[in-house]
Structures are given as C-alpha cells and as structure tokens.
Design a protein around this ligand. Sequence first.
Ligand code: AQP
Length: 345
Amino acid sequence: MAAFSERVFSGVQPTGNLHLGNYLGAITRFVALQERYDCVYCVVDMHAITVPQDPTELRRQTREVTAAFIASGIDPVRQIVFNQSQVGAHAELGWIFNCVARMGWLSRMTQFKEKAGKDRENASVGLFDYPCLMAADILAYKATHVPVGEDQKQHLELTRDIAGKFNNDFSASIASNGHGEAFFPLTEPVIGGPAARVMSLRDGTKKMSKSDPSDYSRINLTDDADAIAQKIRKAKTDAEPLPSEEAGLARRPEADNLVGIYAALAGAEKPAVLGEFGGAQFSTFKGALVDLAVEKLGPIGAEMNRLVADPGHIDRVLANGAARAAAIADRTVAEVKDILGMVRS
Ligand code: AQP
C-alpha cells in the first residue's frame, strides 16, 4: 500500500439539537486529534437534506454546529472548518462513487433501514445513497483517520470498500497517471473510549439522538445548568447501587450509560469511576454527574451562544475554510477524472 500523509476528516450534520452523544462520541475526539494531525472538520449540510429541512433552520443550525466546533476547542485557523455545500467537489466525487459502489453494499446499511423505517418507498434516494457521499467527503481529502461514534462504523467500512474497489478497478490508470499502487487510502476509523455510543437517558438500549421526540432523552449542548440537572435527575436507572467492578454493569444499560458519560466527561475510564462510586446509590452518583456535566458543558453552551450572536463572523470562518478545503478536494477530483479518462481542459 502506498504511503499517504496522515490527515483527519469528520463531519456533523446540522440537523438540530447537538447533544452529549455528538459531543463525547465525536467532537471531543476532533479536538484531541488536532494536536497531532492536519484536520478537516465539516458541517455536512448536503447530508442533512436527505431528510426534509426547513431552510431557515438549516442555515441557523449550520452556524450553530460551527459554533459548537469552535466553542469546544477546534481552531479554525490551524484546521479547516467549513460547510459541505460550499465545496462542489464532494457532490462530484459522490456521483463518481455512485458508479463504484454496488447496490448490494448499500442495501446492507443498517442506518438506512432504521431511518427509512417501514416507509422505504417514500425515503429520498439521497438517504439510501448517503454512504457514497460520506465516502466522497472523506476521500476527497485522502483522509487516513476518521473520528466517529460507533453508529458510523458500517459507513466507514463502506468507504474502505469504495476506496479499495476504485484502487483495484483502475490500478493500471492510477499507475500510468503517476500515483503508484493506490490512489485512495484505506481510511481508519477512530472509534472508542467510554462514550463511543452514548445512549438515551430515557432508554439505555437506544442511542442518544437528535431526532428522539423526547427532549429528556438527551442533553443538548445549549441546555442551561437547570435543564442539565433536571434531565440527569430524571434519567432512567435501576434499583441497585452502582457496582464496584465493570462486569457488574452488564445487563444494566442505564447504569452503564451514566457511568460511561461520567468517565468521558472526567477524562477517565469506567473502572476508575466505579472505584470512586462503587456501592453508591444513584441519587449520590447523579448529583456528582450533574456537577461534572454543568462544569464541562456550561462554558461550551455559553460560548456557542456568544458565537451565534455574530453570524457574520461564523460565515467568514466557513468561507475561509471552504476555500482551503476546495484547494485540496478540487485537485483530488481532477486527478480522479484523469484516472477515469475524462477529458478536461
Ligand atoms: N449517541 C451517540 N453516541 C456517540 N456518538 C454519537 N454520534 C451521534 N450520536 C451519537 C456521532 O456524532 C457524529 C455526528 O453525528 P451526526 O449528527 O452527523 O449524525 P447522527 O449519527 O445521525 O446523529 P443523531 O443524533 O443520531 O441524529 P439523528 O437523530 O438525526 O439520526 C458522528 O460521528 C456520530 O457517530
């Protein structure tokens, strides 16, 4: 396999109510990775429109996700922060990948099945095709690492399948165009830690999600201290005290979830949290979790509110990021066209 320079790409949809799952599963990892890698972080508005969006809300939420990135510690000067629709190369490469990916591959995607539900006939073609655009997002930058929550693992495997098939199908042309053995990297997912899959506060077997109708199922990044406290105090639990060992969390999804959230917010692992709280009642543990969550999330929510009050500044950040992103992605698409045999002037 050819050597690729290391680069991180990831995206978040501007579909409202950024929550603790998005923050712990994805955004905190984005922040950590920027210390070691060149990073490209994208507000994926083209993915958002795979389900209906109100135009005014889409614009507001695009700015809000950008504000969340910056408020959480992503540096848009050192790293590239932009919204997907401003860089046409994503859609162009996405089309090319439609012609590389196979129907059978996409038919196996569980997220489409979950999101389309029983009304598959009425789902948009874009919702079905989402993973091809996601592969284009990543591979337009030849990203070697993608930090995501566990729910995105299957889509990343598909990205690797698309990259592998492209490298294989066009190997002769890739070599004759001077790109060596492989044009695209086989991107590595960066998944893990105690909060790779944060669950609903109302049901420990369901993912915490923006689209859950109950606001009590999630902690939003913009929730104030009172809302955070109420949601944690009302979070579903069982009747037993916390165990002292991690094995004691098996078959206790709600307890496991709250311990995972505490660990991720504290920058610790679950055994250390259980070392401290093993034997405690939930009332005690929830009190400590409220204090920690308010301490960590309060300043982020306040900074987000400050940033969204100046949409002009956010739009300038996005425009600057888009120009820098396009410089990389346009070149990749031009090279892909040469490999495919498309005439360009
Ligand atoms: N519950 C979660 N736990 C850990 N990570 C999560 N992510 C999402 N939910 C959790 C990760 O957050 C990043 C951005 O996700 P997204 O907003 O682009 O899309 P999503 O996964 O579809 O988010 P939601 O909240 O579940 O939205 P809806 O309800 O619209 O489907 C991704 O890295 C994701 O893994």
